[in-house]
Design a protein around this ligand. Structure first.
Ligand SMILES: Nc1nc2c(ncn2[C@@H]2O[C@H](COP(=O)(O)OP(=O)(O)OP(=O)(O)O)[C@@H](O)[C@H]2O)c(=O)[nH]1
Ligand SMILES: [Mg+2]
Length: 193
């Protein structure tokens, strides 16, 4: 699964609190220059791999920032998680732009299931309402704080499910696409059965 977000959204920090990976984290954009991978382990020996990629800015699909070459890395993931930090002035605009960059980059990438993760929950007052983000194509929306360690179990369990569903769908698709050895197997068989 791939973490997609603007610079500073908290992607590397999330990876560092849900896996043993120790990516560089800093409060300036483009801290991550190369993708980092981490393995998330859950109870019952369940694991899945998370890819933290450099931040995506407007125009990433045309090569702006570091986006383009790294968008290639998320092509290898089954599920995308769009990080929208809760200190963003306009969370809807952040989501829309990420979605736009992904769609403009490739249709195939845009077809992958995605979840919206509202990051940095600790920066909103506990009783403050969460912003409404309209994301009809997302499979779900969750909030978390890496710094406060809040919502992480729910988040990893959700991502596990999303990855498992995507893996199963992929396996089914492959099965459907496998050529059936129809001719050979029927040679010695009666015309109808
Ligand atoms: N308050 C708060 N700050 C956070 C949280 N998660 C990350 N940060 C801070 O946000 C800044 C950016 O975090 P990173 O994890 O480096 O962000 P990134 O999305 O990987 O950024 P790039 O690699 O530049 O794309 C750092 O100063 C982090 O300490 C959080 O849950 N709460
Ligand atoms: Mg980073």
């Amino acid at each position: 699964m791939g973490l997609v977000g603007e610079p500073n959204a908290g992607k590397s920090t999330l990876l560092s609190v849900i896996s043993a990976a120790r990516p560089k984290i800093a409060d300036y954009p483009f801290t991550t220059l190369e993708p980092n991978l981490g393995v998330v382990g859950l109870s019952g020996h369940r694991t899945f791999v998370v890819a933290d990629i450099p931040g995506i800015i407007e125009g990433a699909h045309q090569g702006k920032g570091l986006g383009l070459q790294f968008l290639r890395h998320v092509e290898r993931t089954r599920v995308l998680a769009f990080l929208v930090p809760l200190d963003a002035e306009d969370p809807q605009a952040v989501y829309n732009q990420l979605r736009h960059e992904i769609e403009a980059y490739s249709e195939e990438l845009a077809r992958k299931p995605h979840v919206v993760l509202l990051s940095k929950r600790d920066l909103l007052a506990e009783d403050a309402p969460l912003p409404e983000v309209d994301a009809p194509e997302a499979t779900g929306m969750l909030t978390f704080s890496s710094v406060a360690g809040a919502g992480l179990e729910e988040l990893t369990e959700y991502l596990w499910k999303a990855v498992t569903v995507a893996r199963a769908a992929e396996a089914e698709q492959q099965e459907l696409e496998e050529p059936v050895a129809f001719e050979e197997s029927r040679e010695d068989e009666p015309e109808w059965e």
